[in-house]
Structures are given as C-alpha cells and as structure tokens.
Design a protein around this ligand. Structure first.
Ligand code: AP5
Length: 214
C-alpha cells in the first residue's frame, strides 16, 4: 500500500504515521525527518536545508525529489510506505507519479488531516521528542506514562524543534496554504483523496484513518 498523509504543520501526520506503521505494517518516510537527519550529520544538503527550515519555507523541489527518489531506489519501505510531508508542491506530486510509474506501483490513498490554525499553534508549542529514540510527545495531549521518562526507550533527555516557534509556524502554515493545498485537486481527480477531522483526539483521528485503510 502506498499512502500519502497530507495536512498543515502540526496536523498530526507524524503521530498518525507511527500508529499506521504499527497497525498496518507500513514504513513511514518523512521528508522532514530525513532533512533533520541530514542537518544532524552535517551534510551539504543539511546545511542548505537548515536555513530554509528555520525560516519555515519549503526546501527546493529538486533537492527533495532527489532525496526521496534515492530512498525509494534503496528500497526504503518498498511498496508498503506512508509518505509523510511529501509531496508538498505540484512539481513534487508529478515527480512522485513518475517515480511510482517507473516502479510499476500505484498510489492507494491520500489522507488529508484538517485542523484549525489556533489548534496548530497550541500543538506545536507543546510538542517535544525523546533525544535518544525520537518518540514524540506533547505537554498536554500526549504525555509519557511516567513524567520525564520516554515510554519507548526509557530515555530521560528530550528536545523541542527549532522551527516550532509561533513566527516560523505561521510561515509554515502560509507555505502549506500557498504551495501544498493546491495539490489536493490533483489527487481528488484521481479519486484517491480522503479527508479526516484532525480536531478529534489522537485516537479519534486514528479511528477515521483505520476505517479508510480497512
Ligand atoms: P515537517 O517535519 O514535515 O513538518 P510539518 O509538515 O510542518 O509537520 P510537523 O512535523 O510539524 O507536524 P505533524 O503534522 O507531523 O504533527 P505531529 O504529529 O508531530 O517539515 C519541516 C520542514 O522541512 C518544512 O517546514 C520544510 O522546510 C522542510 N520540508 C519537509 N518536507 C518537505 C518537502 N516535501 N518539500 C519541501 N520542504 C520540505 O503533531 C504535532 C503535536 O500535536 C505533537 O506534539 C502531537 O502529540 C500533538 N497531536 C497530534 N495529533 C493530535 C490530536 N489529534 N490532538 C491533540 N494533539 C495532537
């Protein structure tokens, strides 16, 4: 199954991708995570991407397309993949179509998660993750079972993303409205687009996604 999760920053794409991985055995491919990995390793791509990500703008299409194409060629996820945060522009959507056609694969579902703007600010202001294993949490909505201890690996060190401040989040939301929302009709025409109410609880959103995928 090839699934695309679309939605504004903080919609819950990463949170739901983890649940879909566990429930359906798909592999999450997140362009945001891949870029943050490049920043961490200090690669040339990482250095270019960091400035753009910190400003809340989109990394150029050619860099994103070659990064994702290399991952797909390396067999990351094979034909059981959740694309989280990709495609984000018309050029990326067209490039993905070509990549899938070359591999004889086709897209199964595109799920758009809809969330109000003020909820996004609140979600991103409270988001943090485990430094050791990357498991994601929220100050209010997704706390670890034991305060200060990661449920997944027992780690006690946590971090917040540098692009989760209010000003950058507003720029990221604008990028979503101007460059990503316009690709929705492309998937609607293919009959692949579904929309879920992202204002529900984390479990409530997952139930809606589960229904679509089942
Ligand atoms: P990326 O990392 O993809 O960021 P994003 O799209 O802005 O999305 P987020 O990861 O911030 O949010 P999410 O929807 O995954 O929410 P989450 O599940 O964490 O991209 C970062 C940057 O990289 C971009 O700005 C751009 O510069 C660059 N980039 C990446 N891909 C690119 C591409 N294809 N082209 C060009 N540039 C690209 O949830 C957020 C918080 O809310 C969590 O704390 C969670 O616990 C909580 N939460 C989740 N769901 C709920 C719920 N239902 N109720 C209450 N709380 C919830």
């Amino acid at each position: 199954m090839i699934l695309i999760l679309l939605g504004p920053p903080g919609a819950g794409k990463g949170t739901q991708a983890k649940r879909v991985e566990e429930r359906f055995g798909l592999i999450q491919l997140s362009t945001g995570d891949l870029l943050r990995e490049e920043v961490k390793t200090g690669s040339e791509l990482g250095a270019t991407a960091k400035k753009i990500m910190d400003a809340g703008e989109l990394v150029p299409d050619d860099l994103i397309i070659s990064m994702i194409s290399a991952r797909m060629d390396a067999g990351s996820g094979g034909n059981e993949v959740i694309l989280d945060g990709f495609p984000r522009t018309e050029a990326q959507a067209e490039a993905l179509d070509s990549m899938l056609a070359e591999k004889g694969l086709s897209l199964d579902h595109v799920i758009q998660i809809e969330v109000d703007e003020e909820a996004i600010i609140k979600r991103l202001a409270g988001r943090y993750s485990c430094t050791k294993c990357g498991a994601g949490y929220h100050d209010e909505f997704e706390k670890p079972a034991k305060d200060g201890v990661c449920d997944t690996c027992g780690g006690t060190d946590f971090q917040r993303r540098s692009d989760d401040n209010e000003q950058t989040v507003r720029t990221r939301m604008a990028a979503y409205h101007e460059q990503t929302r316009p690709i929705l009709p492309f998937y609607e025409r293919k009959g692949a687009l579904n929309t879920v109410d992202g204002m529900a609880t984390i479990d409530g959103v997952f139930n809606q996604i589960e229904e679509i995928l089942e």
